[in-house]
Structure formats: structure tokens, C-alpha cells
Design a protein around this ligand. Structure first.
Ligand code: SF4
Ligand code: SF4
Length: 109
């Protein structure tokens, strides 16, 4: 479990082996905090909610980090929905980019 702190404070369940959240701008390490806190625009579509963990977030036990399952999820959708989905995923998921989350985290008591 971890707390996140912005204008609102919330307890989010997070995998005990997840890496600590890096500072904004540092390479994304798959800590999962951003996607556990609230879905991105594509995640809102997939999860049908604007708050809480995205349904597409997946824990990768082999690499001890979270992954976005959006592109893989496209394989389960009918074309042309899948084609649109892939375009949105590639637009919203900044694979290899720096962390764009300003959430602050600290362990739950
Ligand atoms: S973007 Fe930042 S908060 Fe989100 S998974 Fe990557 S490192 Fe974690
Ligand atoms: S990046 Fe992927 S897992 Fe994270 S909120 Fe967006 S769709 Fe969900």
C-alpha cells in the first residue's frame, strides 16, 4: 500500500515489489502509481471510470514492474475498433519517455 499526495490524498494498493516512483522527468520505471491513481484518457475508455486503478494495468512478475496492456488489449477488439484503439494507445502511452506524474507517494502507516 502507498499514499499519494496531491490536492487530494488517497491510499492506493500497490504491489509490494513495485519499484519506488521516480521524480517527474526521470525514466519511467513501471512503478504503476499514475495508472493506479487514475486512468489516462485511453484508460478511462477501457475502465469506464475516471478515478482509481486502470483496468488495463498489468503486473509483470518477471520484470517486477507494471505494464500497460492497452496495445495487447486491441487484439481482443473487432476491427476497426482495434485500429482506432491502437492509435490512441500509441498516442497516450509514452513508452520510453520520462515520468510525467507529479504525484507524491509515501508508505501507508
Ligand atoms: S509514468 Fe511515472 S508514475 Fe507512471 S508508471 Fe512511469 S514512473 Fe510510475
Ligand atoms: S497508460 Fe495504459 S495502464 Fe496506464 S492508465 Fe493509460 S491505458 Fe491504463
Amino acid at each position: 500500500m502507498a499514499h499519494t499526495q496531491t490536492s487530494t490524498e488517497r491510499i492506493i494498493p500497490i504491489h509490494a515489489q513495485a519499484p519506488p516512483k521516480p521524480a517527474p522527468g526521470a525514466p519511467c520505471n513501471g512503478c504503476g502509481v499514475c495508472c493506479l491513481f487514475e486512468p489516462c484518457p485511453l484508460g478511462v475508455l477501457a475502465s469506464r471510470k475516471r478515478s482509481g486503478a486502470c483496468h488495463l494495468l498489468q503486473w509483470d512478475a518477471a520484470h517486477q514492474r507494471y505494464h500497460c496492456g492497452a496495445v495487447a488489449h486491441a487484439a481482443t477488439l473487432p476491427w476497426p475498433v482495434a485500429a482506432l484503439w491502437r492509435r490512441l494507445a500509441l498516442r497516450w502511452i509514452a513508452a520510453g519517455a520520462g515520468c510525467d506524474s507529479t504525484l507524491e507517494t509515501f508508505p501507508s502507516p
